[in-house]
Design a protein around this ligand. Structure first.
Ligand code: NAD
Ligand code: TYD
Length: 355
């Protein structure tokens, strides 16, 4: 079996659902269930013995070492992290705690476990660390896309904490020989994404007739990848990646934020003409920029394509339509998340974005 951390979050849950749809190897899912973790994401697996959920922290050495001894996974896929840049600006401590200290403790637990495995199991073992393109910093409009050798230049507390975790993972390979794989992926979108991130936030607000907040002038560029394509890339790297290597994952879909929001508005005009305010683009509202806002991210995914034969299945146009359709069909899922803590977050964050 494999151990997945952070499997109740957006990408982790998609990964587990896709994994168990594609095969029968069981998954132990360790997740702390922060505000971003939601077991409802995995409700279709409630009766499925191939999924074992454990509530807990990747930094809890006693718990993780007991889990490893009990389940003897052949691989670990580490999704667990604090993942939202805006939250990292408001409260960086949690990011250092989970992304840096938590990853360090997880690596220590895994090293203890891995060292005691028989030689053949040691050789076959993999620790796959899921990271982000944001560790590479911000690109000028015409600069070439990030490759695996682009120097790290993180600009937010989030990306700095992910960069630190990537460095620790690398060091555990170089120093102790732990067979690690690191993936650095561009912005994901798709079903089950928490409505604090741009795409689900815009869909949620548009359906409620609320302003669609665009930071700055909307010209910042992100390289968007449909979440199931990220999951298929991770499966491919886990299967065929070389231990110690880094693989960039991206969809070759560079878009300005304004283009993304206009596309969402146009799809909603078509699929949901009964919203309180239409055309939905009337709701677009430019707000004060995010501090330290990276201008542009772009991924060169040539290495994973050349060496492992991976390419994405969805275009931006097909993926974004599926995403809007999913949110329209799952408005209850969003409604469960958007009370209490969520409302407090929205009022704190967007108060800072008033001109
Ligand atoms: P998410 O915030 O939706 O989910 C994170 C999950 O981790 C949640 O279920 C949460 O409960 C869990 N978690 C948090 N702290 C934990 C801890 N200390 N111990 C155990 N579980 C903990 O994040 P996501 O968008 O699904 O991202 C998953 C991973 O992918 C992250 O490492 C992120 O940096 C990386 N990534 C995300 C994107 C993106 O666009 N979302 C792009 C590239 C890489
Ligand atoms: P986000 O989804 O937070 O991802 P990241 O910051 O990790 O790229 O934001 C994507 C882009 O959208 C980013 O350039 C910030 C911008 N953005 C807005 O313009 N308005 C918003 O309300 C949010 C949440 C993000």
């Amino acid at each position: 079996m494999i151990l997945v951390t952070g499997g109740a979050g957006f990408i982790g849950a998609n990964f587990i659902l896709d994994w168990l749809a594609a095969g029968d190897e069981a998954v132990v899912n360790l997740d702390k269930l922060t505000y971003a973790g939601n077991l409802d994401n995995l409700r279709t697996l409630r009766e499925d013995e191939r999924h074992v959920f454990v509530a807990g922290d990747i930094g809890d050495r006693g718990l993780v070492e007991a889990l490893l001894r009990e389940h003897r996974p052949r691989a670990i896929v580490n999704f667990a992290a604090e993942s939202h840049v805006d939250r990292s600006i408001h409260g960086p401590a949690e990011f250092v705690q989970t992304n840096v200290v938590g990853t360090f403790n997880l690596l220590e637990s895994v090293r203890t476990y891995w060292t005691r495995l028989p030689a053949d199991e040691q050789a076959a073992f993999r620790f796959l660390h899921v990271s982000t393109d944001e560790v590479y910093g911000s690109l000028d409009p015409t600069a070439p896309a990030f490759t695996e050798t682009t120097p790290y230049a993180p600009n937010s507390p989030y990306s700095a904490s992910k960069a630190a975790s990537d460095h620790l993972v690398r060091a555990y390979h170089h120093t102790y020989g732990l067979p690690v794989l690191t993936t650095n992926c561009s912005n994901n979108y798709g079903p089950l994404q928490f409505p604090e991130k741009l795409i689900p936030l815009v869909i949620h607000n548009a359906l409620a007739g609320k302003p669609l907040p665009i930071y700055g002038d909307g010209s910042n560029v992100r390289d968007w990848l449909y979440v199931s394509d990220h999951c298929s890339a991770i499966r491919r790297v886990l299967k065929a990646g070389q231990a110690g290597e880094v693989y960039n994952i991206g969809g070759c879909n560079e878009k300005t934020n304004l283009d993304v929001v206009k596309t969402l508005c146009a799809i909603l005009d078509e699929l949901h003409p009964g919203s309180p305010v239409t055309p939905h683009a009337r709701l677009i509202t430019f707000v004060k920029d995010r501090p330290g806002h990276d201008r542009r991210y772009a991924i060169d995914a040539g290495k994973i394509e050349r060496e492992l034969g991976w390419t994405p299945s969805e275009t931006f146009e097909s993926g974004i339509r599926k995403t809007v359709a999913w949110y329209l069909a799952n408005q209850d899922w969003v409604a469960h998340l958007t009370s209490g803590e969520y409302c407090n977050w929205v009022s704190r964050n967007y108060a800072d974005h008033q001109a």
